[in-house]
Design a protein around this ligand. Structure first.
Ligand SMILES: *[C@@H]1O[C@H](CO)[C@@H](O)[C@H](O)[C@H]1NC(C)=O
Ligand SMILES: *[C@@H]1O[C@H](CO)[C@@H](O)[C@H](O)[C@H]1NC(C)=O
Length: 231
């Protein structure tokens, strides 16, 4: 039993570890953070390539089911010290970003294509804010607010996301909640539900995006809009 719990905990840790941005050049970022002057910083970034980031060439740039591509201190060292992350959010048909928070940043999101529904709760007692974003429209997810979004259409949706930290962090609610012991999670949910079993059904953080509801996917597939994939 203990072994089983240990194994499940390991699986949870492994899937979270896979999803976080790879720290591309921690030594360079450390030097950029302690540089005395901006001219010292410029010397640390001598090449034009040091100032260039191609979202479309990153591993998480996918629409099957989707992905969050961050240009931040981990993935693009030149961002270090500017207090910003820029991200591109790709959502295939029906795909979603599951409920999550950014512990260290407020998040402004602008739709570029598609139709995306968003939900946000700022804290306990606050109302749920929901928006439908079409191209050129934006909403705000304040720092540490719980938020989620879903592509309402059968075409790809793309959004640009700006965050006011070069290390915003992301905490997925379901993955985190169900990783706590059964005597916590099972009690919160009530009814003696086996929370460890539910953890096994929560999709890994993965690319940051999950496939959407089966009914939506089936409807889009009927219209010939779904690309073949392995859900
Ligand atoms: C700058 O680019 C050149 C040529 O691509 C490379 O040899 C050199 O290592 C780069 N310098 C740094 C500091 O990245
Ligand atoms: C809750 O479960 C955990 C993990 O099985 C255990 O370590 C802890 O002692 C339990 N707490 C209580 C109050 O029973």
């Amino acid at each position: 039993m203990l072994l089983r719990v240990g194994f499940l905990a390991l699986v949870a840790v492994a899937s979270v570890a896979w999803a976080v941005d790879t720290d591309k050049n921690p030594d360079l970022v450390a030097k950029l953070r302690v540089a005395n002057t901006n001219l010292d910083r410029m010397k640390l970034l001598p090449n034009d390539t040091d100032w260039f980031f191609d979202f479309t060439k990153q591993d998480k740039y996918t629409f099957s089911p989707g992905g969050v591509v961050n240009a931040n201190a981990a993935s693009f060292p030149a961002t270090a010290g500017h207090g910003m992350t820029m991200a591109i959010l790709n959502l295939g048909p029906c795909s979603m970003l599951p409920p999550h928070i950014h512990p260290r940043a407020t998040n402004f999101v602008v739709a570029i294509s598609g139709t995306t529904q968003t939900y946000m709760v700022a804290e306990n007692g606050a109302r749920t804010v929901t928006e439908t974003l079409r191209p050129g429209q934006m909403t705000i997810f304040p720092q540490a607010s719980v938020h989620t979004m879903m592509n309402m259409g059968c075409d790809n949706a793309q959004l640009v996301s700006a965050l006011n930290s070069d290390d915003s962090g992301t905490t997925n609610l379901a993955n985190t909640f169900f990783s706590f012991p059964q005597n916590i999670t099972g009690t919160v949910i009530g009814g003696g539900l086996n929370a460890q079993d539910i953890l096994g059904r929560v999709p890994a953080v993965g690319t940051g995006s999950n496939a959407g509801p089966q009914a939506c996917i089936a409807a889009c597939a009927k219209k010939g809009k779904m690309v073949k994939r392995e859900w």
